[in-house]
Design a protein around this ligand. Structure first.
Ligand code: ADP
Ligand code: MG
Length: 441
């Protein structure tokens, strides 16, 4: 029976799944139609029971004419090596999912998908503690570190975990810019009361990238009160920034000192091993077959930013699909090289686009990169972001950074906005064409 089963699974599962689940299981005995199978962990047992056992019953019946009952035992002398184990999607209740969505959490940013390495293990450990025991340990919890290193991911993971532990918890995730906008709107629309309700009646408030509170006096004032209210009620606050609170220009002293009440942890760039582990995890999740030396190669090429590391993997994958070849190191080298030479050939930098746009609209570079929201500046800014995305290979975070440290979502938003305008607005079409022509001269 076992051999027959293995053959069936080999045909029906992808290679990584087969290796992960079937190869690691051992048949022990078949007594009175009870087929005992030994598996290495509780996770395996759960997976077999949920996904693989009907095949056993079917096949067993076909071969023996009687009903075989699979029984799974866990081999107890194996200590689970978490990093080597395939993780199963956690079984998450519908309420939790619904509430995660309401909290605006990215479903991919969970503890399960987070790879622990030297640069982030402290942050990860602190995140776990806070998720399981919110409000009473590290409050606020403050993550700081460079772009694309997993701050937002960890923050969302705390939110997800808290909702898994308690589906009725109120979790709210915002960027500091959303907080600022909500606040400003609440003043304009005279809805301060509902703004306060919204932000002060939560069990967990996640505010991302608070370096953008710099210069926003009124917003800081309001955040100070929000913070106090939550803190005094024992609600958990988690914050991120690209630097330590006392290094954020124009951040009020009283906020800086309050942020220091909790725990600040930095996240530093991943070492090579961690980068390989991250790539391996992504590859497994996408069921990509990539040899180890190829993963090492890719991880060796991109050494600072995890978002770019993911981008490289996507590029290699796309290249392989396009050429209809397996992913190998030489294919990876080719696809990453093409990328670089395109960048080198077309020479166009974000700065040159910005300068051209400023010249065209008669505005100043510092306004283009700044935060002013007047229409005469917002539109050129969006156009410059659009062109930077269309005409250069720079990553979204990089483009955001070149525009005075804006979030990559702002870049995406601007790009979409202009794309929409271009469909109908003939004067925008002409303006963008003029700028493009100016650039190619
Ligand atoms: P930051 O907020 O620090 O700029 P993000 O949290 O947005 O960075 O992370 C960038 C990308 O890298 C995301 O897609 C995230 O899922 C991924 N990532 C970051 N750290 C890890 C990690 N330790 N394991 C797996 N993926 C990670
Ligand atoms: Mg972030």
């Amino acid at each position: 029976i076992w051999n027959e089963l293995v053959a069936i699974y080999r045909d029906s599962l992808t290679a990584p799944s087969f290796n992960a689940w079937i190869e690691q299981a051992t048949p022990i005995s078949l007594i009175n139609n009870d087929l005992t199978i030994e598996v290495p962990s509780a996770l395996h047992k759960e997976y077999w029971e949920k996904n693989l056992s009907t095949k056993i019953v079917e096949t067993g019946f076909k071969l023996t004419g009687s009903e075989i009952t699979p029984i799974f035992t866990i081999k107890n002398d194996i200590i689970e090596d978490i990093s080597a184990q395939p993780k199963m999607e956690p079984i998450i209740s519908d309420i939790t999912k619904e509430n995660s969505k309401k909290a605006l959490l990215n479903p991919k940013y969970t503890f399960d998908t987070f790879v622990i390495g030297k640069g982030n293990q402290m942050a990860h450990a602190a995140a776990l503690v806070v998720a399981d025991d919110p409000g009473s340990t590290y409050n606020p919890l403050f993550f700081y570190g460079g772009v694309g290193l997993g701050k937002t991911h960890l923050m969302h993971a705390i939110g997800h975990q808290m909702l898994i532990n308690n589906p009725n918890a109120k979790v709210k995730y915002v960027s500091s810019e959303t907080f600022a906008n909500d606040f400003i709107n609440s003043i304009q629309n005279r809805t301060s009361e509902s703004f306060r309700q919204e932000y002060r009646n939560v069990d967990l408030l996640l505010v991302d990238d608070i370096q953008f509170f710099a210069d926003k006096e009124g917003t800081q004032e309001e955040f100070f009160h929000t913070f106090n209210s939550l803190y005094n009620d024992g609600r958990q606050i988690v914050l991120t920034s690209d630097r330590l609170p006392n290094e954020i220009p124009k951040l009020q002293e009283r906020l800086v000192s309050r942020f220091a009440w909790g725990l600040s942890v930095d996240i530093t760039p991943p070492d090579l091993e961690t980068r390989i582990a991250i790539l391996r995890k992504k590859a497994n999740a996408e069921h990509l077959e990539i040899p180890d030396d190829t993963l090492s190669y890719i991880a060796g090429q991109i050494d600072s930013n995890i978002r770019e590391l993911e981008g490289a993997l996507v590029r290699v994958q796309a290249f392989a699909t396009m050429k209809n070849e397996d992913i190998t190191t030489s294919l990876a080298a080719d696809s990453l090289k093409t990328l670089r030479s395109v960048g080198a050939n077309n020479q166009l930098s974000i700065l040159s686009i910005q300068e051209k746009v400023c010249e065209y609209y008669h505005i100043q570079l510092k306004d283009l990169k700044g935060k002013k929201r007047v229409k005469t500046i917002v539109l050129p800014r969006q156009i410059a972001m659009y062109l930077s995305r269309e005409l250069t290979d720079n990553s979204l975070p990089k483009i955001g950074a070149e525009f005075g440290g804006k979030d990559h979502t702002t870049v995406i938003h601007s790009h979409e906005k202009i794309q929409q305008l271009l469909e109908t607005d003939t004067s925008i079409q002409k303006e963008i064409n003029d700028i493009k022509n100016g650039l190619s001269n």
